[in-house]
Design a protein around this ligand. Structure first.
Ligand code: HAM
Length: 419
């Protein structure tokens, strides 16, 4: 039966759930538009180098998790593991390269070959934004505040915002030296992954989740002391703006985020409803080199995981948005009335009215059951005797009262009941 289940780490989204997905997407569009963001849709696969260059060859995602394949011409393509690199690639074709600001949001599937578990999928969905072309602490704070407002708009309260600074590229060598000196003295007690990270990418040690490493990491020296005064002022300005905007946050120097493109501000959002372990959203400021460009392009953005947002809403008991629309059910008791009902349904639906009807030969009782099940406001009933007299019976489903309506008045009568 395996062929009838979706592959591990993927899922089918049925109509009962899809209403919540649409609500999250529509609310995102509404909230982000108020900040001047417009929607951008990029392909779900890109040339592999878009992610290799964008995310950094040393990142876990690029090394272990990408779904990469060759097209017929032998070019390497990859299913997008995240949205930022593709957005930046797309923006090369706009005037952002000449210094203008672009604010875009996106939603859609992302793909990472991770071990599936609660809240961890191989195909998952992100709602994200990128603000490209400008660099200022107030822009970072505005972006984080927008995420805060979005979470509130979808009923998520109690989210925990953690922020940190990664400084700029020039700040890193002295900070790395400080960390390397400290971790070298403890490396024998750390996990095998951290031992390789010591030489390959020391920053990754800071977000190691192994218990034994955790204790050592907590006592690591404050590497941000090695950052330039300008970088420290930048981060102080972000924090001040967040406070002024009423966004509660905590600073954690262990937050480095898993992707290599970040500079200055990084942030992550967790929620106690999911045990506080897995992030519901994450982002930060970054610099990305566009193909053929010598100067990196600055940007700031975030992405939230839709599946995880839905898990938090469920944990908080936020009711799913009601998708039920008042509608009518048309019951036909013979071939001629079913045909007449089909034509009437077509007119009503064109006017935006939800109509369900039985087009197969079914008993009156079974059709009434369907009318009840679909929550219809009224049922129209006709058979050969009503057809012969040019009328139909209109039944109010709430109180069971019914009236006879002439055929040429049916459209108006049903429309009025739906108003
Ligand atoms: P990220 O932290 O890798 O950042 O992913 C953002 C969010 O996507 C996570 O916080 C989580 O909610 C969700 N997510 C990631 N992996 C999975 C998974 N396997 N299953 C379910 N949900 C997952 C980025 O992707 C950056 N592009 C964010 C960004 C935008 N930074 C700047 N701009």
């Amino acid at each position: 039966m395996a062929a009838f289940s979706p592959p591990p780490g993927t899922a089918d989204i049925f109509p009962a759930e899809a209403g919540s997905w649409r609500f999250l997407e529509n609310t995102a569009a509404k909230v982000f538009s108020a900040y001047g963001y417009g929607e951008l849709r990029t392909p779900v696969f890109e040339y592999t180098e878009v992610f290799q260059r964008g995310l950094g060859g040393e990142t876990e995602v690029v090394q272990k998790e990408m779904y990469t394949f060759e097209d017929r011409g032998g070019r390497s393509l990859t299913l997008r593991p995240e949205g930022t690199a593709g957005v930046m690639r797309a923006l090369t074709n706009t005037d952002v390269a000449n210094g203008s600001e672009q604010r875009v949001f996106y939603y859609g599937p992302m793909f990472r070959g991770e071990r599936p578990s609660a809240g961890r999928r191989r195909q998952f969905h992100q709602i994200g934004v990128e603000n490209v072309g400008r660099c200022a602490p107030l822009i970072d704070a505005e972006c984080i505040a927008m995420l805060h407002n979005y979470l509130r708009a979808i009923g998520i309260t109690g989210a925990v915002f953690t922020v940190n600074t990664r400084g700029v590229m020039d700040d890193r060598p002295p900070a790395e030296a400080m960390l390397r000196e400290y971790f070298s003295g403890h490396i024998d007690a750390m996990c095998p992954d951290c031992r390789t990270r010591l030489d390959r990418n020391i920053w990754r040690i800071l977000d190691c989740k192994q218990e034994a490493c955790g204790r050592i990491i907590t006592e690591a020296p404050d590497y941000s002391q090695c950052f330039s005064a300008a970088s420290r002022e930048y981060f102080a300005a972000v924090q001040e703006a967040l406070t002024r905007l009423g966004v509660p946050f905590r600073v954690d120097s262990r937050l480095v985020r898993g992707l290599d493109y970040y500079v200055h501000t990084v942030f992550e959002v967790t929620h106690p409803g999911l045990g506080g372990q897995i992030a519901i959203a994450g982002g930060g400021r970054y610099e990305l080199f566009l193909p053929g460009e010598k100067k990196p392009l600055p940007g700031v953005g975030f992405a939230a995981g839709v599946e995880r947002l839905l898990m938090v809403r469920e944990a908080l008991g936020v009711p799913a948005p009601s998708v039920a629309v008042a509608g009518a059910f048309l019951i036909g008791l013979d071939a001629a009335s079913r045909m007449a009902n089909l034509v009437l349904a077509d007119r009503l639906r064109a006017a935006g009215i939800r109509v369900e009807l039985e087009l197969e030969e079914r008993s009156f009782k079974s059709q009434m059951r369907s009318a009840n099940r679909c929550g219809a406001v009224c049922a129209l009933i006709r058979g050969d005797s009503e057809m012969a007299r040019g009328v139909a019976i209109l039944k109010n489903m709430a109180d069971g009262t019914q009236v006879e309506v002439p055929e040429d008045r049916l459209f108006e009568a049903i429309s009025q009941r739906m108003a």
